[in-house]
Design a protein around this ligand. Structure first.
Ligand SMILES: Cc1cc2nc3c(=O)[nH]c(=O)nc-3n(C[C@H](O)[C@H](O)[C@H](O)COP(=O)(O)OP(=O)(O)OC[C@H]3O[C@@H](n4cnc5c(N)ncnc54)[C@H](O)[C@@H]3O)c2cc1C
Length: 212
C-alpha cells in the first residue's frame, strides 16, 4: 500500500498543503524525502505498508520474529503436517566458526564442507522419518513436531510499514547479520525498490551502513 508520493503527502500535511492528485513526482518530492530520512522524521514513511510471503527455515524465522514491529501469521504445525523440506546450505557457505567473533563464521570454505552437508541431510532424513513414525502412531501433531529440527522450512506472512521495514533491513543487511537471513533482506530491498525508489535511495544514503 502506497509509494513515494504517500510519504510526500503525509509530510506536507504539516503545513496543510492541498491534496496532490498527480502521481508525477517532482524534484521537490525527492528533496523532501531525502530531508525526512536525513533528519529522522520517520512517521511519513509509515504511510507505506508492505506484506511479504516468506518460506524460510525455522532458525531464520526465529531471528526474524524478534522484530516486534511486524505483524505475522504463520503455518501451524498443530493444524497441519510440516512438509519434508529442509535448509541445505551451499558448499561455499559452509565455512569455519570464527575465532574472533563468537556469533559469526569465517568466509573460507570448510575443508569438510561435503561431509558436513551429508551429516545435515542424514540428520534431517532421520528426524523426518521419526516425525512420520510418530504420526503413524496417531501421535498428536503438536507433540510430534517436537522432533523436527530448526532447519525445517516454515511459511508465514509478514506485514510492516516502511519505517519498520527500513529498521529490519538496517539490522539484517549488516555484515554481522547471519548470511541466511541477509539473503532475504537483500531480496526484500530489491522487491520494494520499484515501489518506493526515492525512499530506498534515501535509506541507502542516510541509514544503511554497509561496512566491508
Ligand atoms: C546481528 C544480530 C545479533 C543478535 N543477537 C542476539 C542474541 O544473541 N540474543 C538475542 O536475544 N537477540 C539477538 N538479536 C536480536 C536483537 O536483540 C533484536 O531483538 C532484534 O534485532 C530486533 O530489533 P528491535 O527490537 O530493534 O526491532 P523491533 O522489535 O522491530 O523494534 C523496533 C524498535 O521499536 C521499539 N520497540 C519495540 N518494542 C518495544 C518494547 N516492547 N519496548 C520498548 N521499545 C520497543 C524499539 O525502539 C525498537 O528498536 C540479534 C540481532 C542482530 C541483528
Amino acid at each position: 500500500m502506497g509509494d513515494d508520493l504517500s510519504i510526500v503527502r503525509s509530510a506536507r500535511v504539516s503545513y496543510d498543503a492541498s491534496w496532490r492528485k498527480t502521481t508525477t513526482k517532482t524534484s521537490g518530492d525527492a528533496e523532501l524525502i531525502r530531508y525526512l530520512k536525513r533528519n529522522g522524521h520517520n512517521t511519513p514513511f509509515e504511510s507505506v505498508v508492505f506484506t511479504f510471503e516468506i518460506i524460510a527455515p525455522i532458525f531464520v524465522t526465529r531471528q526474524w520474529m524478534r522484530h516486534r514491529t511486524q505483524s505475522y501469521n504463520e503455518v501451524s504445525a498443530r493444524y497441519t503436517e510440516l512438509p519434508n523440506k529442509f535448509f541445505v546450505p551451499e558448499l561455499k557457505d559452509i565455512t569455519y566458526q570464527s575465532t574472533y567473533n563468537k556469533q559469526m563464521r569465517t568466509s573460507e570454505m570448510n575443508e569438510f564442507a561435503n561431509e558436513i552437508r551429508e551429516e545435515l541431510i542424514n540428520s534431517y532424513e532421520r528426524s523426518y522419518a521419526s516425525y512420520e513414525a510418530l504420526l503413524m502412531l496417531n501421535c498428536p501433531r503438536e507433540i510430534a513436531r517436537a522432533i523436527l529440527p530448526t532447519g525445517i522450512y516454515t511459511h508465514f506472512f509478514t506485514t510492516m510499514n516502511l519505517h519498520n521495514l527500513f529498521g529490519f533491513l538496517y539490522e539484517r543487511l549488516h555484515k554481522s547479520a547471519q548470511h541466511e537471513i541477509k539473503v532475504y533482506a537483500e531480496a526484500m530491498l530489491e522487491l520494494i525498490t520499484p515501489q518506493v525508489p526515492i525512499a530506498v535511495e534515501a535509506f541507502k544514503e542516510f541509514q544503511l551502513r554497509i561496512e566491508t
